[in-house]
Design a protein around this ligand. Sequence first.
Ligand SMILES: NC(=O)c1ccc[n+]([C@@H]2O[C@H](COP(=O)([O-])OP(=O)(O)OC[C@H]3O[C@@H](n4cnc5c(N)ncnc54)[C@H](O)[C@@H]3O)[C@@H](O)[C@H]2O)c1
Length: 459
Amino acid sequence: MIEEFNIGVVGAGYVGLTTGACLAHLGYQVTCVDRDEVRIAFLKEGRTPIYEPGLEELVRGGARRGCLRFSTELSKTVHGADVLFIAVDTPQGNDGSADLSSVGAVAREIGDALSGIERLRPLVVVNKSTVPVGSGDYVSMLIEEGAAEGGNGTIAYRVVSNPEFLREGSAIYDSLFPDRIVLGADTRDALDTMRALYEPIIEQTFPTQLDPRPKDVVPFVTTDLASAEMIKYAANAFLATKISFINEVATICELVGADVTSVAHGMGLDERIGRRFLSAGIGWGGSCFPKDVAALRSIAREYDHEPVLLDASVTVNEHQRRRVIAKLQRDLHTLKGKRIALLGLTFKPNTDDLREAPSLEIAHLLDQRGARVFGYDPVAGKKAAELLPSLRVVFDPYEALKGAHAVVVVTEWDEFRELDLNRVASLMEKPPVLVDGRNALDPRDVKAAGIRYRGFGRG
Ligand SMILES: NC(=O)c1ccc[n+]([C@@H]2O[C@H](COP(=O)([O-])OP(=O)(O)OC[C@H]3O[C@@H](n4cnc5c(N)ncnc54)[C@H](O)[C@@H]3O)[C@@H](O)[C@H]2O)c1
């Protein structure tokens, strides 16, 4: 029997909607709030506005059982909630720092909504958005300001930090079977509330179709607000740096004739290093790593510290995009007028997210050099066409390859591993060239089909 909680989740995007749907799956009463009316109307019709495997089924299931609701009215949700998650966007501002305007707007509204009501227990405001150290206090300050504008005495609330570590493409799995839950709080009662709320996940007692269950118990890490906020930035910056590290090694492998896939395998078996995030290629992108690394660099500079390692990590990443162009130029020489096919446009497989996707920058660099760029993606073609008018989006991979001088595998969707390489070769200009931006294909298969294979760091 789980403790009863009424939960509000503000922001129905990748994080908020997944969080809301998973908490409803555990049996809690959840209302997801978003200021985007179209998004909420969509959700009320049982449709999900984003592509995330399994999410639509989970959302529909929650709504059918009466556990999951959708609303545009934050104040009403505040009134009914015991716990309110903030999961709104914190994009990169013009100076590299995190733009906290969405978080700030929500905090003020919470304060305003709290000011008129008597509560039995303080509202626990849980910040899931990725925010700079000190934002917990900033949120408290804005809640107070909002309450003061509402004009009504003392209000009861607690602010805690609960950074999110889910990965798009496996967001539900990551939420229900996380490696750890991190909670930063300055008060014991808020920590206890959050411990109780996460009990079914910590103890892994909710129903699952997975057999055996991948985890016995999930570590619950409690700390102060500032450390919790820092854990998120440090984790993302470390992962981004790990990728930049292997990309640097890959470049050296090319120079000395070594194969980075073997090197990474041999390195990764060392438990101190680990095998994941050691895939060389066109580098990191997406909605989190670029902005979170930028924000951490910006925080460091605010305190007069030069974050040289983080700077280098970004420099290596920028080189990786340009190395795609260099590889194409090596075979095709001038790119002017050449037809180049990009396979995969999202920043990683199994999502429709195009934020900071390497494909966009590569398409732009190719366009600058006069190439004709065709793109195909299993789910995000339409969105990409809207974002980048110079990119000619087609809806079949072989269509993109017709008459192409070269093809770049930008995102390692499974379907690209299944391509009929003989058909690919027959559709392309001769000699066909394939740049494998993710080292996702077997070079022997590609070469056997008469296609020149250009990977990253593969000797
Ligand atoms: N996407 C990820 O993989 C991921 C992973 C971990 C952490 N995060 C962090 O989680 C946060 C949310 O990321 P996301 O990818 O889900 O963002 P998103 O852009 O997909 O969703 C944000 C939602 O918040 C809504 N919103 C903005 N301001 C609002 C307001 N004032 N009132 C109500 N709704 C409002 C937007 O309309 C949007 O639907 C960010 O801080 C991000 O860094 C994201």
